[in-house]
Design a protein around this ligand. Structure first.
Ligand SMILES: [Fe+2]
Length: 183
């Protein structure tokens, strides 16, 4: 069994646990100790496939989505939410996260800190988190993103990077909102 098949099996068994986030984060930390084994069995990813890079969903049901992603350098991706917990593990390069929090008045969100995670590290975000990502430096970032729900169909928000106002998530619009990273 490949390391990703094994990981999906572990996550499916853990997805209903009251401590699923912590347990899946631990399983993710184990998984990303073997980046070469992940690359050997992951679907091939082309980081220049689009502005936002490339991604492949390796498992999805109502309780769980597991994806692998390649994020290209030099691109600032737009803020968005997930409406479910997310556990991210990096197995190549680094992922720069900028966080936002909702506010009552316009704009709908304001910047609220950030964190950079690098190969071997994980980050857990709760269901109300809003973030924007970029690859660190000039390296492609390779990551495993696990969500505690069906990400492809959940109603969630994308934020216009100029106005910070929300709109329904739309992958074509997400691409449009990817911008060259300021030098
Ligand atoms: Fe995200």
């Amino acid at each position: 069994m490949s390391v990703l098949d094994d990981f999906v099996g572990q996550c499916r068994a853990l997805a209903h646990s009251p401590t699923a986030e912590n347990e899946i984060a631990a399983a993710t930390r184990d998984l990303i100790t073997a980046p070469d084994a992940i690359k050997a069995c992951a679907p091939s990813l082309n980081p220049t496939a689009s502005s936002g890079g490339d991604e492949a969903t390796i498992f999805e049901d109502d309780t769980l989505t597991v994806m692998v992603l390649a994020t290209p350098p030099g691109i600032d991706q737009p803020p968005h939410d997930h409406e479910m917990s997310a556990i991210i593990g990096i197995y190549g390069g680094g992922e720069v996260h900028r966080f936002y929090r909702r506010v009552e008045s316009e704009p709908a969100i304001v910047a609220s800190g950030g964190k950079t995670i690098r190969a071997g590290e994980t980050l857990t975000m709760g269901p109300t988190a809003i973030h924007a990502i970029a690859a660190e430096g000039d390296e492609v970032c390779y990551a495993v993103h696990t969500y505690l729900g069906r990400l492809s169909t959940v109603e969630r928000s994308l934020f216009n990077p100029d106005t910070l106002l929300p709109e329904p998530m739309d992958l074509a619009r997400y691409e449009q909102y990817c911008r060259p990273l300021a030098p």
